[in-house]
Design a protein around this ligand. Structure first.
Ligand SMILES: [Zn+2]
Length: 236
């Protein structure tokens, strides 16, 4: 079997750790090659600091978090935090198609149409990644991050519903919560709500992260427990 390859396309440094750090750590620990594409360097994320200085700090934080999670590769698209929606969509989609074809993932993750927090950059990367996925026409699966207790804990945003509906994969990340906390703590500039020892803080985190299967469209089901080989095993 070919090496499992997971491509994650997000907007800001910290989007990877707070809502899905357990899932990324799990697949990396199981031997999957995990590549993260980040559209911006989080330039707007430190009040009072210049975009250039903020980008430098948050790039380092993301690289530290990626190392903690065991990610193979981090790539930046080079857009400014808060301005992705204003970028030329065809250009961004073209960049993503090239990355999709070069990386050849079996599984792709991005934000869903809610963007979890509704941040315009999250909505933009959702649209652009979905277009690129369809254009690249790979034999792969596309998942959207679903609102859940995990994203509530991570982002401090009340999800509009417990789950996004559709075909939902519930990933058991119980064995990777300490790693998730370590990755979150790398984003020190974002005042992460977990300041204690990772082993203690991990006990506050929920054990599942949720993803909605967007491609291929297989009708409603809620039994997936794996992002690569969905089975109909029930989680409850
Ligand atoms: Zn974000």
């Amino acid at each position: 079997m070919a090496q499992r390859t997971l491509l994650v396309v997000l907007a800001h440094p910290d989007d990877e750790s707070f809502p899905m750090g357990g899932t990324l750590a799990k697949y990396a620990a199981e031997g999957a090659r995990v590549t993260l594409v980040c559209a911006t360097r989080g330039e707007a994320g430190i009040p009072g600091l210049s975009a250039a200085d903020t980008a430098q700090i948050r790039t380092r934080e993301l690289q530290a978090a990626a190392a903690a999670l065991g990610l193979a590769d981090v790539r930046f698209l080079g857009y400014l935090d808060g301005q992705l929606a204003a970028a030329d969509a065809d250009t961004v989609v073209g960049q993503l198609v090239n990355i999709l074809r070069a990386v050849g993932p079996q599984t792709v993750i991005t934000f869903g149409p809610d963007g979890i927090s509704g941040h315009p950059d999250h909505l933009a990367i959702h649209r652009m990644t979905t277009s690129a996925f369809d254009q690249a026409a790979l034999p792969a699966r596309l998942y959207y991050l679903a609102p859940s207790a995990a994203t509530l804990q991570g982002c401090g945003v009340i999800p509009s519903q417990e789950l996004a509906g559709g075909s939902v994969a519930a990933i058991d990340v119980a064995d990777h919560l300490v790693t998730k906390v370590r990755a979150i703590q790398c984003h020190a500039s974002q005042d992460p709500p977990f300041s204690g020892p990772p082993e203690i803080e991990a006990e506050r985190l929920t054990c599942h992260e949720y993803f909605t299967l967007a491609r291929p469209i297989v009708g409603n089901d809620t039994g997936w427990t794996d992002l690569f080989e969905p089975t109909l095993m029930r989680t409850s």
